[in-house]
Design a protein around this ligand. Sequence first.
Ligand SMILES: [Ca+2]
Ligand SMILES: [Ca+2]
Length: 416
Amino acid sequence: MHRKTGKKIVYLSVAFLSFLGFVGLTGDVASIIPSGKIKLWGDDSFYQSILPLPNENFIAIAAGSYHNLGLRSNGTIAAWGENFFGEGNPPSPNEDFIAISAGNGHSMGLKSNHSIVAWGGNQSGQCNVPLPNENFIAIAAGLRHSLGLKNGGTIVAWGLNYSGQCKVPSPNERFIAIAAGHYHSLGLKDNGTIVAWGGNGSNQCNVPSPNQGFIAIAAGFDNSLGLKSDGSVVAWGSDYYGQCKVPFPNENFIAIAAGDIHGLGLKSDHTVVGWGYNVFGQCNTPLPNKNFMAIAAGGYHSVGIVGEDFTPPVISITATPSILWPANKKMVAVKIQGSAIDNISGIASLTFKVKDEYGKVEPRLSDFGSFIQLEAWRNGNDMDGRLYTITVTARDMAGNESTASTTVLVPHDERK
Ligand SMILES: [Ca+2]
Ligand SMILES: [Ca+2]
């Protein structure tokens, strides 16, 4: 069972990995991340649409140029699509993985002991993880280069460095997320700014100002995407195919992915929006467009994980006291108790509303177990008394919602 109150969960594997890395937790990722089935759309020239079986229990996906990786909740990696360089053959033992990333012809996996495994095309040394291979909390595979983020916030880069994509700018510190494009690299700092380096022929390294408030990054062939904490997406670099034209309304995004020349955004209602090059239909999210939990964008195809959770949370809510008497016009502390439980994917958010039929006070409420101040006063003409209604809406990680409410009454008179 996963219970969460009040706090909005953003589907960022990097955030999870930071969490995992900084608290030193290992293994059992499945218990905190919901799992689901893979959907794939767009280019199928390397049979990317033939999904690994059984298509279930996936908690993360990565899309390379023509191949894909899927991470199952048991820590194993499934690979499919092109396998020309062996990028589809995760080395044995295929276990204990907590994150994945796919480049052009190479693949990367992060183990629960925070070491990196890299395999497939190694023409530029992109699979030669620099020593010491330890303390990594995030990985990113570019065309022929690789990035690893260390627990302490520094980035290690290796592989093709023709455009300087492996020259992490100084000071190499305080990074919390990484992304690798074809010939450029992005790093997100803990103060919400993005650092970009490497090939800049399309201005993909010129982060638009204001360079602040970012919470996630993604890098395409020669463009870049940044997700802001207000839910909007900023895109820069090459826009030749419209890969920087984020569709209106540019809001409520919780995750982003950059393909070669298209972009994907995951919305808070768990739908997926695509933009840019669409000759293969890689921007046309298959129906039903709902319950998506994670996205990845490859060369000319797109991948998503669809939650297996279709049941809304179970809620209970009570108010104590529920009758305010005597009606002495004093403020009374009313305790709101209850729970929101979702056995499948877990609670993503709780929203409370307090409605006073007189419209006089609207105390804020953020969580179960807290108190609100209500006035023990009623209008003498209000024959059924003054009614407060406290409503809670719970949303699970798959976007299913349920609502429940309770009431607090100030009776018309003592006999009520
Ligand atoms: Ca549910
Ligand atoms: Ca009334």
